[in-house]
Design a binder for this molecule. Structure first.
Ligand SMILES: C[S@@+](CC[C@H](N)C(=O)[O-])C[C@H]1O[C@@H](n2cnc3c(N)ncnc32)[C@H](O)[C@@H]1O
Length: 260
């Protein structure tokens, strides 16, 4: 775990990737960001501290949000950070109210990926950006190998369609998919090494059997990534920008046709 400004590097998003997301999304004061499935605030809190953007951290789990709120208070960045318990498929934000929606490795925890992508599209303003990552099985694996990949990956890493297709189907345009598997492998190896190194201490808290099981799962995942069975992608998509003239034309039309 690396301490970094307002947040701590967790999960599989590296600090360099978080910085890149901040640059791509043009984050800065006044930009409204929703970080769905933020866990304990990574990377939303870090980006709020670094760029001054306004962030709402959201997750279905309470404990991580409490930890993120404590950290935001202790680092005095509460003025532009909010938190709410909500699901990605019902994010609790008004339509067209958000400039940037982030989610790191949340879709691979969800069966209904379409619902979450459609909702992120709904809450984004015209021209707004989504940037997300997802761990998924590699395409074209034979059946038995594919089954193995699904077993060792996150719970819903088997995407029914590839993420560019899913993202476009949800209404996004200018969709880009970047392969970030090399960084994923490096982080997975670091997590395995750390768990092995800290096994004696961890066993005192969680028991030897549980720690041995954790090491086995981490080791299986590293092997699957090395063998090309599991990948991680970073996906960008934009909500189609409606030109101001079109928007003005529509409201003029509506006001002319509305009953007096
Ligand atoms: C792999 S963790 C990633 C945490 C953080 N984004 C990161 O990169 O470190 C996935 C997170 O998604 C959350 N999650 C799972 N299902 C969710 C849902 N339906 N809506 C929102 N968050 C969800 C989990 O509670 C967890 O915090």
């Amino acid at each position: 775990m690396v301490r970094s400004g307002g947040g701590e590097e967790r999960g599989y998003t590296t600090r360099a990737q978080a910085d890149r997301i901040g640059e791509l999304a043009g984050l800065g004061p006044g930009v409204r960001v929703l970080d769905i499935g933020t866990g304990a605030g990574w990377p939303g809190l870090y980006l709020a501290a670094k760029t001054g953007c306004e962030v709402v951290l959201s997750d279905v789990a309470h404990a991580g949000l409490v930890e993120a709120a404590h950290r935001a208070r202790s680092r005095r960045i509460t003025g532009h950070v909010g938190a709410m318990i909500s699901s990605g498929s019902a994010p609790g934000a008004r339509s067209a109210s958000i400039d940037v929606v982030l989610h790191g490795d949340v879709l691979c925890c969800l069966e209904d990926k379409e619902a979450m992508l459609e909702e992120t599209h709904r809450v984004l303003r015209s021209g707004g950006l989504t940037v997300y990552t997802a761990i998924h099985t590699a395409p074209g694996l034979d059946r038995a190998i594919h089954r193995r990949a699904v077993t060792v990956g996150p719970p819903f890493c088997d995407a029914v369609a590839s993420y560019d297709v899913l993202t476009e189907r949800a209404g996004f345009v200018d969709v880009e998919v970047h392969d970030v598997t090399a960084e994923y492998l490096a982080v997975a190896r670091r997590k395995l090494e750390a768990t092995e190194r800290l096994a004696p201490q961890l066993s005192q808290w969680s028991g030897q059997a549980e720690v041995a099981e954790r090491i086995r799962r981490r080791s299986d995942a590293v092997e699957a990534i090395e063998a090309g069975l599991l990948r991680r992608s970073m996906v960008l998509g934009r909500r189609q920008a409606v030109p101001p003239s079109t928007a003005a034309g529509c409201s003029a039309l509506l006001s002319r046709s509305s009953p007096r």
